[in-house]
Design a protein around this ligand. Structure first.
Ligand SMILES: Nc1nc2c(ncn2[C@@H]2O[C@H](COP(=O)(O)OP(=O)(O)OP(=O)(O)O)[C@@H](O)[C@H]2O)c(=O)[nH]1
Ligand SMILES: [Mg+2]
Length: 512
């Protein structure tokens, strides 16, 4: 064993960790402590993880959660998770003239890092047309970064773009702390938040896809010969002579990925049948879509008192939540909370979004929530609309809602109004505009418009209540054989009512 190998704890093997994590993941494996993906090993090497780590996490976690809970006191039925912290410095580059965009992007990265449980100490932007092929930042800036990192006591640098494995290595060598990229942060957040089996499988697959091309970037300890190093679940006999650890890892990852893909395929029918059920019930569905952190879950809570998870964190919702509610005139519909959109979503993650986006695809109405207090609402609107377009859902009626209206002044309102004249201003926090939104939803969801006349026996109360829920009752009268009802229903609902349609009703329909 070389010196290096003795430094690396056996449980620090990232491959083992990711592969084993599917079962042991109750709390999610976190980037910023016991680490996801490539990061762990480096942390162990640089001695970041030591006996004090837990203590420090403990202290910081407490502080953080206290802050969170005051933030959330006015939101009903709040759940929050314990966050783990690490001190990070963000870096990014931008071409000439791209400064504002780069700043917004860095701000979003800061929010992402905080969501993942980090404390952001500083952010650095360098103007240059292309990343430095060797160290991402230019040589001088990299040195500067090292000094900043040292003086702030940061333990992680997060780059606002995807880094090539070699860039990551080279930059680490200069700044002396671990370096990760935006995708790794997003993946980590996903893994902390995925709750359903399907969500977890999607995220794990995304992580492995991210991991695969980066295996070589992890330095000597990854590419050493397998002899003497037997990872969990790998039998002695499963290696050929001279096969390197990296090849072995690669094969294990491929096997695992194949299994995950198969699993995910098997989930699809369940989702289909859930949706088919909804379609059969003829309950119109409204999807709440929008940029991450726009306040979708808060709004859903406001509207349904549903108690969906709300956090001041990006990507609070990874799996969709569906709630049933009704219009003022008693027509039922479903409201679906969805995962937040983010711009430049890494391609590894697109599939992980798929299952939630399908809800948007099949909805009757999209409530598009925009954070009115965001510095760049236009790009939020555009990002979301582009994705909706990609899904082929552009023809679904859209209600644009500027949320967090409590945070903006009249000028900002005016500007936003100019941007989207038909948009509504609401605040999930104060309740402003919520009634208006409910009105608008009620006007926009498909209305029952087929007139039927029925004679419903008195022992079929269920038929009458389903008419109340899904149709509009125009008149009722009570006869010896049952209740005579004239109602408007949707096409999907008309079929099952056939047995109760009266001759007179059919005649009436013809003469109408
Ligand atoms: N001031 C103010 N804050 C709000 C309002 N609505 C939501 N928030 C806050 O914004 C943060 C994000 O809200 P969420 O409802 O979790 O946002 P989301 O769109 O569901 O986010 P993801 O699920 O991560 O995509 C929370 O801290 C909320 O308390 C509002 O109307 N006014
Ligand atoms: Mg949410």
């Amino acid at each position: 064993m070389t010196e290096r190998e003795t430094e690396v704890r056996p449980d620090a093997d990232p491959i083992d960790r990711v592969l084993a994590a599917a079962d042991a993941r109750a709390g999610g494996y976190a980037l910023f402590r016991s680490g996801a993906l490539a990061i762990q090993e480096d942390a162990a090497e640089s001695g970041v993880i030591d006996g004090d780590q837990l203590d420090r996490d403990e202290r910081q976690a407490l502080r953080r959660v206290a802050g969170l809970s005051t933030e959330l006191t006015d939101v009903t039925e709040v759940e929050y998770r314990q966050l783990r912290l690490e001190n990070v410095v963000l870096i990014g580059i931008h071409p000439q003239g791209g400064q504002t965009d780069a700043e917004n992007s860095l701000r979003e990265l800061a929010a992402l890092a905080e969501t993942a449980g980090a404390v952001v100490l500083d952010g650095l932007l360098q103007r240059r047309s292309h990343p430095d092929p060797s160290t991402f930042l230019g040589k001088g800036k990299a040195q500067e970064l090292r000094d900043i990192v040292a003086s702030l006591g940061a333990d992680t640098v997060v780059a606002d773009t995807e880094l090539a494995p070699s860039q990551r290595r080279a930059l680490e060598d200069v700044v002396k702390v671990k370096v990760i990229d935006r995708t790794a942060v997003i993946l980590d957040i996903f893994s902390q938040h995925a709750k359903s089996r399907e969500g977890k499988a999607q995220v794990e697959l995304a992580q492995l896809e991210y991991l695969l091309p980066r295996l070589r970037g992890w330095g000597e300890s990854m590419s050493r010969q397998a002899g003497g190093q037997v990872g969990a679940g790998v039998g002695m006999g499963s290696r050929g002579p001279g096969e390197t650890k990296i090849e072995l890892d690669r094969r294990r990852i491929h096997t695992r990925m194949a299994r995950l893909r198969k699993q995910i395929k098997e989930f699809a029918p369940a989702r289909e049948s859930k949706r088919a059920n909804r379609a059969r019930n003829a309950v119109p569905s409204v999807a709440i879509a929008g940029y991450t952190n726009a306040g979708k879950s808060s709004l859903l809570n406001r509207v349904t008192r549903a108690g969906a998870l709300v956090e001041n964190a990006l990507f609070a919702t990874l799996d969709t939540a569906v709630r049933r509610t009704e219009t003022a005139d008693g027509r039922q519909y479903t409201l679906t909370d969805t995962v937040g959109f983010v711009r430049n979503l890494p391609h590894e993650l697109v599939e992980a979004f798929r299952s939630t986006l399908e809800e948007v695809e099949r909805s009757d109405v999209i409530v598009h929530v925009v954070d009115a207090s965001h510095p760049d609402p236009v790009s939020q609107l555009t990002t979301v609309r582009n994705v909706i377009g990609d899904l082929g859902a552009r023809d679904i009626p859209e209600i644009v809602v500027f949320n967090k209206a409590d945070l903006i002044d009249d000028n900002a309102r005016l500007a936003l109004r100019g941007l989207e004249p038909d948009a509504l201003f609401v605040s999930a926090r104060t309740g402003e505009g919520v009634d208006e939104l409910l009105d608008r939803i009620s006007q926009t969801i498909p209305r029952p418009d087929i007139r039927v006349e029925l004679l419903v026996p008195y022992d079929r109360g269920d038929v009458i209540s389903s008419l109340h829920e899904h149709g509009t009752i125009l008149s009722t009268s009570y006869e010896e054989a049952g209740t005579r009802v004239v109602a408007l229903v949707t096409a999907a609902h008309e079929g099952p009512l056939g047995a109760f349609q009266t001759e007179r009703a059919q005649a009436a329909q013809v003469s109408d």
